[in-house]
Design a protein around this ligand. Structure first.
Ligand code: PMP
Length: 431
């Protein structure tokens, strides 16, 4: 039984001692004290089915025993910096990670976060090409430091600071974009940006394969292959931000970019790589990696022995428990059930995503696609009260984000549908 501080006590301390920008979900925030696979528990012993933890941290399940064991064992043996000395945990995980990537993508730089990974990727692209200009997509989220905030293109995530050298291309969003699902038409905007907004050469193009923070937006088919070719003709590198889509989340593939049939020059990752442990990585080719040898480059703790021991254990769990296959099977089932709801209820404007990275966009008017922001918040509250945690996202904050740990079962998916379709939630949404 939990006997620690109550939600109110934690909240009081948080208000007094933590950054005022730290936010939380729900009118009455949940005080989580324990996690087990796809479940989390609050201070009152209430159990919640966690349909959002996958994106915040957890891929293979809260407190997975294999990962806990790997962390404990390595902590008992040695925790140290990543640089200066040799340690097998770091090299072993780098080797295992590189084996999951195609082509010549086999040099790994470890970081502590996704922001750091993207900052490094952009830096390497600029050094390698000798160009400064970066192209990213409107609606993208890539991090919150100088370079990555520049690449992020959602005004609610950007401060008014100098953010130079990034051009934001039209988002190939099949639901709200002006060219619908015509990927090649959106790609033309990238060509125009290069032609009219740069000297004709660029350093890189960076994008997610499915935009996460933006509200689970899939890129129109054909877009990425067309853009990759445009960028390479302009001398640039293609960076895939796999912070949310990587590590089997999309089900059909291990990496999100694979769905589009492209091979990037640089791949960045975080979140799922560490199952809650602070870990990120940049993987690139030996030729591109070489640019960082021109000066001293290091990261004291990125990929330290404890984090990389965890990383290796996570990769093994994904393989052993066939979590990619599970994400595909359970995700397809859940998407099909959500689409069946959409056929019945006008409030559901769009259902999208792949594997266990799904989005449900709620609208008050289907034809005008009027965002149902208040209703989305209300539904989240209702579902929480019924024991189910879910996320939200999108510029209008009207998209339910469903990104559970990859061990989410078909029964869990069924329960999720029952909750979304429960008379409580129905009363506001589906009448
Ligand atoms: N890229 C993407 C696609 C993300 O979703 C995020 C985090 N939401 C980041 C980068 C930044 O990762 P971190 O918060 O670990 O810095």
């Amino acid at each position: 039984l939990y006997t620690g501080p109550t939600a109110n006590e934690v909240l009081k301390k948080r208000k007094e001692f933590l950054s005022p920008s730290t936010y939380y979900f729900y009118e009455k925030p949940v005080n989580l004290v324990h996690g087990k696979m796809q479940y989390v528990f609050d201070d009152d012993g209430h159990r919640y089915l966690d349909a959002f933890g996958g994106i915040a941290t957890v891929g293979c399940g809260h407190c997975h025993p294999d990962v806990v064991k790997a962390v404990i064992n390595q902590t008992k043996n040695l925790q140290h910096s990543t640089v200066l000395y040799l340690n097998h945990a770091i090299a072993d995980f780098a080797e295992a990670l590189a084996s999951k990537l195609p082509g010549d993508l086999k040099v790994v730089f470890f970081t502590n976060s996704g922001t750091e990974a993207n900052e490094l990727a952009v830096t390497m692209a600029r050094l390698y090409t000798g160009c400064h200009d970066i192209i990213s997509l409107r609606n993208a989220y890539h991090g919150n430091e100088a370079g990555t905030m520049a690449a992020t293109a959602l005004c609610n995530w950007k401060f008014n600071l100098v953010q130079s050298g990034v051009h934001h291309a039209m988002n190939p969003d099949p639901y709200r974009g002006i060219f619908g699902s015509d990927g090649e038409m959106y790609a033309k905007d990238v060509q125009d940006l290069i032609q009219f907004g740069t000297c004709g050469h660029v350093a890189a193009f960076i994008s997610e394969a499915i935009q996460g923070v933006a509200g689970i937006v899939e890129l129109a088919p054909g877009y990425l292959p067309a853009v990759y070719s445009i960028i390479r003709n302009a001398g640039g590198l293609c960076i895939a931000d796999e912070v949310q889509t990587g590590f089997a989340r999309t089900g059909s593939h291990f990496w999100g970019f694979e769905v589009h049939g492209v091979v990037p020059d640089i791949v960045t990752m975080a979140k799922g790589i560490g199952n809650g442990i602070p870990l990120g990585a940049v993987v690139t080719t030996p030729e591109i990696a070489e640019v960082l040898t021109h000066r001293t480059y290091f990261n004291t703790f990125g990929g330290n022995p404890v984090c990389t021991a965890a990383g290796l254990a996570i990769l093994r769990v994904i393989e052993k428990e066939k979590l990619q296959e599970n994400a595909h099977v359970v995700g397809s089932y859940l998407k099909q059930r959500l689409n069946a709801l959409k056929a019945k209820h006008e409030t559901i404007g769009d259902v999208r995503g792949r594997g266990l990275m799904l989005g449900v966009e709620l609208v008050t008017d289907r034809r005008r696609k009027t965002p149902a922001k208040v209703e989305t918040l209300h539904l989240m509250e209702q579902m929480k009260d019924m024991g189910l945690l879910i996320g939200k996202g999108g510029y209008y904050e009207n998209v339910l984000r469903i990104t559970p740990p990859l061990c989410f079962s078909k029964e869990d998916a069924g329960r999720f549908i029952q909750h979304i379709y429960h008379p409580h939630s129905l009363s506001l949404l589906f009448c």
